[in-house]
Design a protein around this ligand. Structure first.
Ligand code: URA
Length: 210
């Protein structure tokens, strides 16, 4: 059975994504938009988080009201562009724990090579949300999830801004149990493995490195 893909087609998300796609958009605007859009994505991604009721006193009465259940959610950023989504998600999940996975794409083979890995303790009690703006070839996302599964989180979700049919196919061929949340599924990859129409190199646009 193929894995699940959730396309978050909310008008606010789509509007902000269009502004991000435009090559006229400046680095600072791109960064702000990614932060804003990531808050909206987080809202959808967290929709099914389990809650539990606790007893509290309001100024008027004692009541039982819901709070998020279990150990703190862990956000896993795939470096470096994942940090752009991480910032927005932390705005609305301020107590979340954070892990980082550093991977670079070998320019010849396009295979993902790990250079950094650090995640919190007690992963077995945590829900993990892995973030990377572009699910393109799928190679680095697959490698990141392979590695993360070694720590045995309670659940894993993958969040990106953009993907394409090839990226989804490659990702779900190895990890059909991990749902993908995205703002759009674009047409294809070009010969340089960029998403078309896409938004260019997410890391360069976020950090102004080109
Ligand atoms: N990574 C990017 O930053 N952009 C793409 O289009 C594909 C991979």
């Amino acid at each position: 059975m193929p894995g699940k893909v959730h396309v978050i087609d909310h008008p606010l998300v789509q509007h902000k994504l269009t502004l991000m796609r435009s090559k006229e958009t400046s680095t600072s605007t791109f960064r702000n938009l990614l932060r804003e859009i990531s808050m909206l994505l987080a809202y959808e991604v967290c929709r099914d988080l389990p809650t539990t009721k606790i007893k509290i006193d309001t100024p008027i009465a004692t009541t039982y009201a819901p709070v998020l259940d279990g150990k703190k959610t862990v956000l896993i950023s795939i470096l470096r562009a994942g940090n752009g989504i991480l910032d927005g998600m932390l705005d609305i999940l301020p107590s979340a724990r954070v892990g980082h996975i550093g991977l670079y794409r070998d320019p010849k083979t396009l295979v993902a090579v790990e250079y950094y890995y650090k995640v919190p303790d007690n992963m077995g009690d945590r829900d993990a949300i892995v973030v990377d703006p572009m699910l393109a070839t799928g190679n680095s996302a697959v490698a990141a999830i392979d590695r993360l599964k070694e720590s045995g989180p309670r659940s894993i979700k993958f969040v990106c801004l953009l993907t394409c049919p090839e990226g989804i196919r490659v990702f779900h061929a190895t990890h059909p149990d991990v749902p993908i949340y995205t703002a759009a599924v674009d047409d294809a990859l070009n010969e340089k493995s960029y998403i078309v129409p896409g938004l260019g190199d997410a890391g360069d646009r976020l950090f102004g490195t080109k």
